[in-house]
Design a protein around this ligand. Structure first.
Ligand code: SF4
Length: 302
């Protein structure tokens, strides 16, 4: 079994590793501004699921320069992925969104524009905008599905049913945009079988990438309240890695795996605390995958 890591995909497709620059393009989400709800998804901290993004909206240029400055010690390359991560980045005034995204994508060092959003925020005007942008350079749209199970979706207050995700995937694929799906492993009430059902489901859809993310319990979330009331338990590292291995084996071989762990903000992390040591987790993942022949000894670095 061999899986396609993001780094390998980038090298094969762009000839080099591209580094992600986290940018801010939105400051809210319909699940927070009262449209669908005002407390957000149960696991989402005040930062809108993107605590490493720029603190406040600045100009595209200043955000890019700041973001490059933050990665300059780790990255010597020249190409980047502009990643609009926090909140819902296709929600709001479409003209203003297009202006910001166009300015970003036209920068020569930006090779890919990656936009995180919700599947219920992809109306016709937004799709037309994404179509125009995708003609300039590749556009990826990241959809926070988390689970296919409606009961869990209700519990985490995701705010849309599964068919909305399916409609979004077909609309995005019609305009040639690559779709990356976020799934959370270890959601309260979900068994291993349920997690694998979500993986199987997305594997049978026309998606190009997946982010597998451990459930993090973060400060300032309703999930933290539930955790402190001992309403659910988090996964141990060994449990997580074993489930992760099965998820990878269930994924279609051409789906790019963008993430195997997750980057929760350590300042806010309540549980599981083992996940704060990303290097140790990745070493354990690599060891387990090698021992179980899950990736033929290929080290995961993405
Ligand atoms: S949709 Fe995203 S930004 Fe909005 S509340 Fe949920 S996780 Fe947070």
């Amino acid at each position: 079994m061999q899986y396609l890591s993001l780094n390998r995909y980038l090298r094969d497709t762009y000839g080099e590793k591209l580094y992600k620059l986290s940018l801010m393009g939105s400051v809210t989400c319909p699940n927070r501004d009262g449209t669908l709800g005002d407390r957000g998804c149960i696991f989402c901290s005040a930062g809108g699921a993107g605590e490493f993004a720029a603190e406040a909206l600045g100009s595209v240029e200043s955000q890019l320069e700041d973001a490059k400055g933050r990665v300059q010690d780790k990255f010597a390359g020249t190409g980047y992925i502009a990643y609009y991560q926090a909140f819902t980045n296709t929600y709001g005034d479409v003209n203003a969104l297009e202006e910001r995204f166009t300015e970003t994508i036209l920068r020569p060092e930006i090779k890919v524009l990656s936009i995180a959003t919700r599947p219920d925020c992809l109306g016709d005007e937004v799709l037309s905008m994404l179509h125009r942008l995708n003609k300039i350079k590749p556009v990826w749209v990241e959809l926070g599905l988390q689970t296919i199970h409606e009961e869990t979706a209700g519990y985490i207050r995701r705010g849309y049913p599964l068919f909305v995700f399916d409609e979004a995937v077909s609309a995005l694929r019609k305009i040639g945009v690559e779709v990356i799906v976020h799934l959370i492993l270890g959601l309260p009430g979900e068994t291993e079988e349920m997690i694998l059902q979500s993986v199987d489901y997305v594997s049978h859809r026309d998606i190009q990438g997946v982010k597998l993310q451990l459930l993090h319990v973060l400060e300032n979330t309703d999930l933290a309240l539930e955790y402190r009331q001992e309403r659910f338990a988090v996964l141990s590292m060994e449990e997580y890695i074993a489930i992760l291995g099965k998820c990878v084996e269930h994924l279609r071989a051409d789906i790019v795996i963008h993430r195997l762990t997750g980057d929760g903000d350590k300042r806010l992390l309540i549980a599981p605390l083992w996940s704060g040591d990303k290097k140790r987790v990745l070493n354990a993942v690599n060891r387990y995958f090698r021992e179980q022949d899950i990736c033929q000894g290929r080290r995961y670095r993405g």
